[in-house]
Write a protein that binds this ligand. Structure first.
Ligand SMILES: [Zn+2]
Length: 159
């Protein structure tokens, strides 16, 4: 995809993505819970400033945008692509059955720090979508940063 086309696609997706994320954040602010003292330390550790503002909502299924499209993609690729976590500005969704693994929360907390750094939802998404289209989800710099920050918090399953 050429840089010009990429710019255009980001421009088209941005308003939808921004309002979707803002809506999720409002829901999590309403239903979610505050971080524990230890979790706030993790948040500070990955560079979040306003750690008191963060809320977490545990969900059986973590919502994602374009969910019907995602189902079609996962059918053809024969792999599940439902996420286990998602950061919507200061709101974090985590999958219920992943509570015991702190690295997932630290991954999402790193995204919260990125939202702060990039000036909020729109700034974050403009950058995130651009990297995602250019480098792919796995290789994007923002995902690489979040994965690297979470490594020290990895726990073997069941521990
Ligand atoms: Zn991520």
């Amino acid at each position: 995809m050429s840089p010009t086309l990429r710019k255009t696609v980001v421009k088209i997706l941005l308003p939808f993505a921004t309002s979707w994320v803002a809506r999720q954040e409002r829901k999590i602010m309403r239903d979610g819970s505050e971080l524990s003292a230890e979790e706030k330390d993790w948040a500070r550790g990955v560079g979040v400033h306003d750690v008191d503002r963060i809320r977490i909502a545990y969900q059986r299924v973590v919502p994602m945008p374009f969910s019907s499209l995602a189902r079609v993609v996962s059918y053809f690729k024969k792999c599940p692509i439902s996420p286990i976590g998602l950061a919507a500005h200061y709101g974090i969704y985590l999958a219920e059955d992943c509570r015991s693994d702190p690295s997932l929360l630290v991954h999402e907390l790193t995204h919260v720090a990125q939202y702060e750094r990039l000036g909020g939802i729109r700034g974050f998404l403009a950058q995130y979508l651009d990297q995602w289209l250019r480098d792919g989800y796995w290789e994007s710099q923002m995902e690489t940063e979040a994965r690297a920050a979470a490594v020290p918090y990895n726990r073997p399953p069941g521990s």
